[in-house]
Design a protein around this ligand. Structure first.
Ligand code: PRX
Length: 657
């Protein structure tokens, strides 16, 4: 975990963003929270009595049995809605099918080759019930772990909801992970079954997933059955007795499967996320609390209306796909778009084309995608009619103000608010975000915490930082969708999240609050660097670089320096029409000095054809740090999106010597 947390002395935030965008009256009028006054009032009510607030929120949803106690807090272990019983699948499907929503589209699916399917709530309910029966027939019982490894098809949603329906614990493993990663996750969670597809389609090519599963299962004693959904129809090996076709089993299954009444603390899912060191952490989420915050935050942050068509571009293999593609939207009865493939296939306007054709109204994506679109050129966006859009969102990393502005102007046509949502796999749901009808927006900040979420920016000793002083982002009070533990490793749970700042949940992020109480995320604390006694958020230097017209993307890391302690190294990807040379290098250094100050001037600027990223799109800073210090790259690199990127960086480094 974090390496630079001994003290926050000198974490300095030097990005000064002055632009403010107020919500338009036509937007505020229809929103659930219409003004900052209303927000402040709600925030205070929730902060004064969080248990009362959360009990009110929870009572919006269906409980088979009401809870006795809202919160049992035995630091750092929480139990929410103790004694209550509910079911997320019931809340996502059954509550809608006795209303007119039964014929409303739940899922609009588009495959990468262009094939399309729509499932109404009634149809989805039927498929999920059938698959829940399939799971039971294959020996899955309440509490058993089921690994899921498939591309983005409706069957992935069906498999997840079927688990939730019978109380099996789903463990979705992103379909880009290797056999080794799969084995590791299956064994850590002792999964009894894996649900997979024969293959998935990406950039026009079919990827054989079953082959990866076969390789992974050589060393997974807990797996008893494999269910294979046929997507690509490629030739695969089916092992007698172990492997079964989805369509064969579904053909025999009954449509009747009542949702189990589950204890509020019954485990819902495990989702693995990488720590900065060691093996991946199995983040464990449970039932009642997760449902309460995820469903309610979806409703308010996305200000969702009955007629909205909502599209979140995340993969279901990540937390965003769990909380804001499946559970949040479906519990609210929304229509979701699910897209199988790449954003740039067959060309760079695939996303805009999907928005235009399906009349998407709410669009939620990641800054890394936005930066890729900027690089591809505005013409891909401007040739499409995006007038159906009314709200935009981002998640996953700090968004550079320039990327925010591009998104606001080119995609939102200056009429759609942008909700920059800060949260983590561990938090389960959104923690800091604008409320679109209320919060004046500033490009680059997730703004204020949601009501009921008591976050703060503090010193190492837990005392609050002054306005504009950098510190650690913490959560001071348990919240319903917080992780319950790291699966099978309570000690790691305690040390990772609860030992850095006494009595508070430590997020691992550095942040500052401005004079308006807006929270500016400065990146992970281990990405904060100390230069000549000044600490800088590397993301701020990156923002400065990206605001230069030549720069498409930048990653800034530190390397040891005898005189300054650390020196800054910037890896820069240029827009196509620019060429990396000494003159531009000097220009960029001067640009950063102008934007932030001479202390932030990168010592080295290195050109990179592309930056090495994890499959979820995060820049692999550890690798870059090792490159910057010219050390051999060590450790687990299985999450590299493109291994050639690393090679290219190495070659470029050799050439520049
Ligand atoms: O550093 C923060 C960054 O992503 C981390 C959480 O990553 P993960 O668990 O993969 O979840 C991503 C999707 C919720 C955080 O510790 N992060 C996430 N959202 C933002 C962000 N940084 C800045 N602004 C955000 N909106």
């Amino acid at each position: 975990m974090p390496t630079n947390t001994e003290s926050n002395a000198g974490i300095s935030s030097v990005l000064h963003e002055q632009r403010v965008f107020k919500p338009g009256p036509e937007f505020s009028e229809g929103a659930t929270i219409k003004s900052m006054d209303e927000y402040e009032k709600q925030y205070k009510i929730a902060a004064d009595d969080p248990q009362k607030y959360w009990a009110n929120v929870a009572s919006q949803y269906h409980w088979f049995k009401k809870w006795d106690t809202v919160l049992e807090w035995n630091e750092p272990f929480s139990k929410w809605f103790v004694g209550g019983e509910t079911n997320l699948c019931y809340n996502a499907l059954d509550v809608h099918i006795n209303t007119w929503r039964k014929n409303k589209a739940a899922i609009i699916w588009e495959g990468e080759p262009g094939d399309q399917r729509t499932l109404t709530y009634l149809q989805l309910h039927r498929e999920v019930s059938k698959f829940a029966n399939v799971l039971k027939r294959r020996g899955i019982q309440k509490g058993d772990r089921v690994a899921i490894y498939m591309g983005m098809t409706p069957e992935l949603v069906i498999a997840v909801l079927a688990c939730a329906r019978i109380g099996a614990v789903h463990n979705v493993i992103f379909a880009g992970f290797s056999a080794h990663a799969l084995t590791e996750r299956i064994n850590d969670s002792h999964a009894k079954m894996i649900v997979c597809a024969d293959g998935t389609i990406r950039r026009g090519k079919s990827l054989n997933l079953k082959e990866v599963v076969d390789e992974a299962l050589v060393d997974t004693p807990s797996i008893q059955n494999v269910i294979v959904y046929q997507r690509t129809k490629e030739t695969i090996h089916m092992q007698d007795g172990r492997d079964h076709w989805w369509h064969d089993l579904m053909g025999l299954a009954s449509e009747y499967c009542p949702a189990e009444s589950l204890d509020s603390e019954h485990p819902l899912f495990i989702l693995y996320t990488s720590g900065s060191t060691g093996k991946p952490k199995g983040i464990l989420h449970s039932t009642g609390g997760y449902m309460t915050h995820v469903a309610n935050s979806f409703k308010h942050v996305f200000d969702v209306k009955e007629q909205d068509i909502y599209w979140c571009t995340a993969d279901i293999g990540w937390i965003t796909g769990h909380s804001y593609m499946i559970y949040g939207p479906l519990i609210n009865g929304s229509t979701i778009v699910v897209y199988e493939g790449a954003p740039n296939y067959p060309q760079w306007d695939r996303f805009w084309d999907i928005i235009q054709r399906h009349k998407v109204t709410i669009f939620y994506t990641a800054p890394t995608a936005i930066r890729a679109f900027i690089r591809a050129g505005d013409e891909w966006v401007t040739k499409h009619d995006l007038s159906s859009l009314r709200l935009l969102g981002t998640v996953g990393e700090p968004i550079n103000p320039e990327a925010w502005m591009w998104y606001y102007k080119n995609v939102g046509k200056e009429k759609c608010p942008i909700v920059d949502t800060w949260w983590q796999t561990e938090t389960g749901g959104i923690m800091i975000s604008p409320l679109p009808g209320a919060t004046p927006l500033k490009p680059g900040t997730a703004t204020r915490p949601l009501p009921g979420i008591l976050v703060d920016v503090v010193h190492k000793d837990g005392t609050p930082c002054q306005a504009n002083e950098g510190g650690f982002l913490v959560v001071k009070h348990p919240w319903p969708s917080m992780l319950r533990t790291i699966y099978g490793d309570e000690e790691r749970y305690k040390t990772t999240y609860w030992s850095e700042v006494d009595g508070m949940y430590f997020t691992g992020d550095g942040a500052r609050k401005d004079n308006d109480g807006y929270i500016w995320i400065m990146g992970r604390v281990d990405d904060v660097v100390n230069i000549s006694g000044h600490r800088l958020g590397t993301s701020e230097v990156e923002s400065a670089l990206v605001s230069h017209e030549a720069v498409a993307e930048a990653a800034v890391v530190s390397r040891p320096d005898e005189v300054k302690g650390n020196a800054l190294v910037a890896f820069v990807t240029l827009k196509e029409e620019f060429e990396g040379n000494q003159k531009l290098r000097e220009e960029l250094r001067a640009h950063v000095a102008k934007e932030i100050g001479p202390i932030a001037k990168p010592d080295d600027v290195r050109w990179a054809a592309a930056l090495p990223k994890t499959r979820s799109g995060k820049i692999m800073r550890r690798l870059l740090r090792e490159m910057a210090s010219s050390k051999e790259v060590k450790g687990d690199v299985t999450t590299l999106e493109d291994f050639t990127v690393l090679e290219k960086l190495r070659e470029e480094e050799e050439e520049s010597k």
